[in-house]
Design a protein around this ligand. Structure first.
Ligand SMILES: [Zn+2]
Length: 186
């Protein structure tokens, strides 16, 4: 059972200004492997933003109108594994939120903050500044469906109920940040 404390806004506590990435990851120079130390502590690897952009562009060419659904489902599958990894340690509600924000921050996804009625899962929005998923100049339209899939699964796991997540602002559409709004999915 997840315990919930009252907090209306939260953002990464460590690493926002002077954090050392080695606080979060352990790099094995002999094996060429990187493992997380915080939240999810399994092996990880990095992707370049340019490489990700090229993958998304190819998916769009290959799958046309189905591409955004595919990216959303990819995010949901990835988010499920991430959520299970974080939740299996029996962490409390506040720690779960902070772990998710820390994971996103130290994964280089951008700077995340969450606001709204966090204890009750109402009117929650997730704001991402400098989002890596629409970082490249060739991302001309809202392109964060992979991230939207991750967020919806994370939120549903935390709150134990179906939720809808819509991206109401996107850097790729000319906004200064990406914003995701969580709503009940009756
Ligand atoms: Zn976006």
């Amino acid at each position: 059972m997840v315990s919930r404390s009252s907090s209306s806004r939260t953002s990464p506590e460590r690493g926002t200004r002077d954090g050392n990435i080695c606080e979060f990851y352990e790099i094995d120079g002999d094996q060429g492997s990187i493992s997380g130390k915080f939240g999810s502590n399994g092996r990880v690897f990095t992707l370049s933003a340019t490489g990700w952009s090229a993958v998304v562009e190819k998916i769009r060419v290959r799958f046309d109108s189905g591409a955004e659904t595919l990216l959303l489902e990819m995010g949901q599958y990835y988010g499920t594994s991430l959520a299970l990894e974080i939740m299996k340690y029996g962490i409390d509600y506040t720690k779960a939120i902070n772990d998710l924000l820390q994971t996103a921050f130290y994964s280089g996804w951008g700077k995340f903050s969450v606001k709204g009625d966090l204890p009750n899962g109402k009117d929650i929005s997730v704001i991402v500044s400098d989002c890596v998923f629409c970082h490249e100049p060739n991302m001309r339209k809202s392109s964060c469906n992979f991230l939207r899939g991750i967020i919806v699964v994370m939120a549903e796991t935390l709150y134990g109920q179906p939720l809808k997540v819509s991206e109401t602002r996107c850097i790729a559409s000319g906004n200064d940040c990406c914003e995701f709004l969580l709503e009940d999915d009756p």
